[in-house]
Design a protein around this ligand. Structure first.
Ligand SMILES: [Zn+2]
Length: 278
């Protein structure tokens, strides 16, 4: 499942090729994604340059003067970039964003076999896209300077749920999927079952640093896959950092040698070292 690092790597792969180019047409072959893809996007956007391709949480924000296209990859989605006329669309190639380039066309193609992804339109008249219902409740970005130990501790003060649950909820900080939650709690030396409000300034500081480090490593690992985003073939192009605890139940901890444990929290697997994480 694409997580924040995959979305960020997608953004970095596409932005240099598409920003500044004018959209020529939006070809929608399947409207029934998680929510219906709005009709009439070509009419709204033809001739409009893509001002910026941004990311907020796991949403890509395609900024045009009349408004913003908001896209999400769902469970199985991916964007591929074609620098020339793309091959005929496959069964799961639901949307093409066709841009005019000096040497022809460039096409960003959304492929999504399970169709849990989304492509939505937020017109400028409705105000800043950050106020869109899907974005308004999102927590701070992990690389935002406002995300620090003091912020984290303040936001955890009245949360009695286990810290892993709070991280996954995404309303305190975005970008912590299930794998990254286990990994960053391991690096921070925090037991995933700890009630969130018990984390003091030191553990909050370690968690902020660990989370940034884990996500940065994942994005960097994805950097080596950037060229996979261009062209017709290749898999979905997902990648993962080398997990130290996730999926390693029964294996020795790389720090202390104790056996990694697997538990289920909120119906999701959590992996941790019972000796290193307190
Ligand atoms: Zn250990």
């Amino acid at each position: 499942m694409p997580e924040l690092p995959e979305v960020e790597v997608t953004r970095r792969a596409l932005a240099p090729y598409l920003e500044g180019l004018s959209l020529r047409a939006v070809h929608v072959r399947q409207r029934r994604l998680r929510w219906p893809v709005p009709a009439g996007l070509t009419g709204l956007l033809a001739g409009q340059p893509l001002l910026q391709l941004q990311r907020r949480g796991k949403y890509l924000l395609w900024q045009f003067a009349p408004g913003t296209l908001i896209s999400h990859l769902g469970m199985s989605g991916s964007w591929r970039l074609h620098l020339h006329q793309p091959p005929p669309p496959g069964k799961h190639d639901h949307v093409d964003l066709e841009f005019a380039a000096h040497d022809g066309v460039r096409v960003a193609r959304l492929t999504d076999p399970r169709r849990f992804g989304a492509l939505l339109w937020h017109p400028r008249q409705r105000g800043a896209v950050e106020r869109h219902a899907l974005l308004a409740a999102l927590g701070v970005e992990p690389f935002d300077p406002r995300f620090d130990a003091a912020y984290l501790q303040a936001r955890l003060r009245d949360r009695r749920a286990p810290i892993k649950h709070v991280l996954l909820a995404g309303d305190v900080v975005v970008g912590v999927g299930n794998i990254y939650a286990s990994e960053c709690l391991f690096r921070a030396g925090i037991d995933p079952r700890t009630p969130a409000h018990r984390l003091g300034p030191q553990r909050c500081a370690r968690l902020v640093a660990a989370l940034r480090a884990v996500l940065a490593e994942a994005i960097e690992a994805g950097g080596s896959t950037l060229r996979d985003f261009i062209g017709a073939d290749g898999g979905a192009g997902y990648f993962m950092l080398k997990a130290q605890v996730y999926g390693r139940a029964g294996w020795p901890c790389c720090v202390c040698g104790a056996r990694i444990r697997r538990i289920v929290q909120g119906q999701r697997a959590t992996y941790f070292c019972p000796r290193c994480q307190r």
